[in-house]
Write a protein that binds this ligand. Sequence first.
Ligand SMILES: [Zn+2]
Length: 284
Amino acid sequence: MLLAVALSLIGILLGCSSPAGTPPATAPGVPLSAAPDQPPATATTGAASAPPAPVAPAASGDATPTLTPLAPLADLRVVLDPGHNAGNGAAAATIARPVADGRGGTKACNTTGTATRDGYPEHAFTYDVADRTRALLEAEGATVILTRGPTGVGPCVDVRGRSPQVNDADVMVSIHANGSESSAPHGFFAIVVATPLNDAQGAPSRALAADLVAALEASGFSPSAGGALQRRDDLGTLNHATRPAVLLELAEFRNPAEARAVQDPAVRQRYAEAVAAGITAWAR
Ligand SMILES: [Zn+2]
């Protein structure tokens, strides 16, 4: 009796755990390629003939399996600054108020931004691209702060420029579109401070700009004929930043082809994907 129990136990064990790489005798003709997918022989039920369960890959050591998704950018804090605002046009006196330009002078708090000839405003474009970029970066685990919501007035450029350090962010990208009066200019460009006021405005900001330019080009966007990287000292948003910061002019709103393109949500998603890719490349 004892022997019979022992023999049946052996049979059960063999049936439940055919050694990896040894096709079951009852299934001749099973392609060899099917064998390596078998899960480790730890199952306690008779599942030998069932297809491999979609379990997570076995850890090579004794690490406890976890369901927490990987978050590659979990330590990254990003400020995205959508240029201008929807209420600026109706608040001329407020946005004309002089604020510190970051270099000892003053300049207007903010401006209305440009618009396409058929009326699509820059502030709507910049907010939508920033919001899409936020979603992409948050999906990778980053913490993302926008300097404004979809409506309202301002904030002023000095507040925008201080936002990365105020929010203890690693990086700021300010999102704009250009409004050259001629329809000839086309393409994007990135702007960094020409004469850095602190270390962050130097090499770290130029490296960020290079990664953003590379990502935009890799996404099929054309750089401006005036140069993909430009340098200016008159932008309060950049002057006030003490963390790496870049201002992007993503498109020319008076160029007919680009004016049509920026009104396509799919194109704005491509801009967002490129900006997120550039920030991700810089962070790694
Ligand atoms: Zn702008």
